[in-house]
Design a protein around this ligand. Sequence first.
Ligand code: BG6
Length: 486
Amino acid sequence: MTEPSATFLLFGATGDLARRMIFPSLYNLHADGLLPEDFLIVASGRSEMDDDAFREDVDAALQQFLGDRYTAELAGSFLPMICYQPVEAGNADQLAALAERIDGRAERGLSVYLSTPPSLFAPTAQGLADAGLIRPDTRIAMEKPIGKDLASSKAVNDGIGALFDESQIFRVDHYLGKETVQNLLALRFGNVMFEPLWNATAIDHVQITVGETVGLEGRVSYYDGVGALRDMVQNHMLQILSIIAMEPPARMDPTAVRDEKVKALRSLRPMTGETVKTHSVRGQYTPGAVCGQIVTGYADELGQPSDTETFVALKAHIDNWRWQGVPFYLRTGKRMPARQSEIVIQFKPVRHSIFGRDGHGTGLEPNTMVIRLQPEEYIRLQIMSKRPGLERQVRLEEVTLDVSLTAAFAGQRRRIAYERLILDLLAGDQTLFVRRDEVEAQWTWIDSIIEGWKDANMKPAPYSSGNWGPSSAIALIERDGASWHD
Ligand code: BG6
């Protein structure tokens, strides 16, 4: 691995993501002394502003989003690292001024971060090339969405790929920066007891839920026409699925890990106009109450009716040896009753019950493992235990083996996902970034669902805000004799 980049060039620097996540993350890295010496952040956006005005904006954002972590003293040493250069795509003079800011530094490593709409990715990259800023060791990071289907994602990747080698491209999925998602690797491959059971012999099904209480939040122009399937499943949820489902990589390195993830993603069974009817549910929220607050419906927020789904539930199959016959149920939605992301591993019943006939009436239940990713972080394993007492027949009851990660690592500050990702970008470590073939495998499966919906003319079903989607989402899993873990 090379020396960390000495310059960070951020496009889209006046945007929401930059204010909420990227600058607070850079500040935290600075506070912990993790940024290279003589580090320069070149921020770029379309608005005309000078360095001082931009630093004031960043200062306000830091105060707003960092809470107690903000101190005037640290901000005082952080803000001078930032300079601002307005750039409109295609404006050669502004690009020349940008190059001027970076002059003499690119050879000490330049990491470029595109936090702009994807339509600007290729033009921005071309502008960098024209300004002579791309070297073999220059890195470029891109935010999602990378396309809206396989064909458009290929076009985006081709545009960037014409100027950068894959080893220089860092596709961001911020879920991979979350400590709890990385912890899935530790759980599976750092313990001897789970891996032998991690397959169709012992596991009945897997559930992955990412529930959000928020609605559109002023993101109408982005969200409408995109929907929950593209916004959440195509990236975050399929990344989680790939980590749960993949074979053990030989080592923790970018090639080994991503090789295994892509194999799992490619094994997803495509859907059709027929299977979407029983294997998928689309929903859209209507007025209701979330966490005690009355909220309006999606169409009201939008100001017109729409066919965009704000909820999706899917029954996925991974057609390989390990997962044959094990459904993966996925669901995600806006305006759910709780912000809650978790993975449930539902084990099969014991092969033979010694406690009465088939265990009936004894309380015997199959084991369940719940891995809560957010807001709390824990791993809970429901195991059977004898209820104390003198009854002649053994009575069993579920007890919980509870590992609270928040409590176990109480002294450790919880990091913003972007801190990990920015640090890895600067260091050139691609393990937690998405490779082109992964994105394309993800889109291939998502496209099959979108095509299926078109063929079957499936529109979103309404659900009242504050519910776990339409009732058909319950039927999707209950038909198989299972139920969602709420
Ligand atoms: C983003 C989606 O990628 O992830 C948003 O575009 C969603 O719609 C967000 O709200 C969820 O991220 P987190 O980290 O809050 O779970």
